[in-house]
Design a protein around this ligand. Structure first.
Ligand SMILES: [Zn+2]
Ligand SMILES: [Zn+2]
Length: 242
């Protein structure tokens, strides 16, 4: 049965090749991203295991940056796949502002594979995925939550349920990226309301791009208050500056 299905899907791919989301040529891979474009993506290598801050010029693993050592953030681990540079910037912008949902699928698939084959080969996977919630106003304007769209293929591939009901964003905030560093903490304070019970749970927060981590910190604080035992952060990309 499997081989017949496999054969049919190969046949389908032959007749209807997928188109690469970056170069727009037919992709020979079973994804909407061709191999040369995949190889051009800016993978984040050495980084702090807790906040994913880039730590270049080191070959050591399991490093914690000075900032996290001095004042540990309320989340336990951060796994970021890419640095927020071209062409990842383009993929995220197109997704958020031009509703290119296929980009979320490709990014989610790449994250899922990395989670499965690199990040969690020696540890237990989280029990649920929590895409960072958007405020209702923004959700209505955009029509979808990009973090949820990226989470879908991950949940499907790893068989982890996605929780979209237990947490709400109750404060409509200005986009963090447009604010000065000092204002970000104040802007996001008490922005989340947790109505679910996360007692003793190991959760994964999913975000598209992490900059200073203020949003994730505030969300994590609320989740820890609601009982979460361990919080891992999964994000597509981390900015290099912070
Ligand atoms: Zn391509
Ligand atoms: Zn750190």
């Amino acid at each position: 049965m499997f081989s017949k299905l496999h054969y049919l899907s190969r046949l389908y791919e032959w007749f209807f090749p997928r188109t690469c989301i970056l170069c727009h040529y037919p992709s020979k891979a079973a994804e909407d991203l061709c191999e040369p474009c995949f190889l051009s993506l800016p993978i984040l290598h050495e980084s702090c295991i807790q906040c994913a801050k880039n730590l270049p010029h080191t070959s050591l693993t399991d490093l914690v940056c000075g900032k996290c050592q001095h004042s540990p953030p309320p989340f336990d681990r951060t796994y970021a796949l890419f640095t927020y540079q071209s062409p990842i910037t383009k993929l995220i912008m197109e997704l958020k502002f031009h509703e290119r949902l296929v980009n979320a699928k490709v990014l989610g698939d790449l994250l899922a594979k990395t989670i499965q084959h690199q990040w969690y080969t020696h540890q237990t996977l989280p029990e649920i995925i929590l895409p960072i919630p958007l405020h209702n106003k923004r959700l209505k304007k955009r029509g979808f939550n990009q973090a949820l769209e990226i989470a879908r293929p991950i949940g499907k591939r790893l068989h982890i349920p996605i929780d979209t009901q237990g947490c709400l964003r109750t404060k409509h905030t200005e986009a963090q990226a447009q604010l000065a560093l000092k204002k970000r903490t104040h802007n996001i304070k008490n922005a989340f309301y947790i109505r679910g019970d996360y007692t003793n749970r190991h959760v994964a927060i999913l975000d598209d791009v992490t900059t200073t981590g203020h949003t994730i910190s505030e969300f994590s604080k609320a989740l820890k208050k609601a009982g979460a035992r361990r919080i891992d952060v999964w994000c597509c990309a981390k900015t290099l500056l912070n």
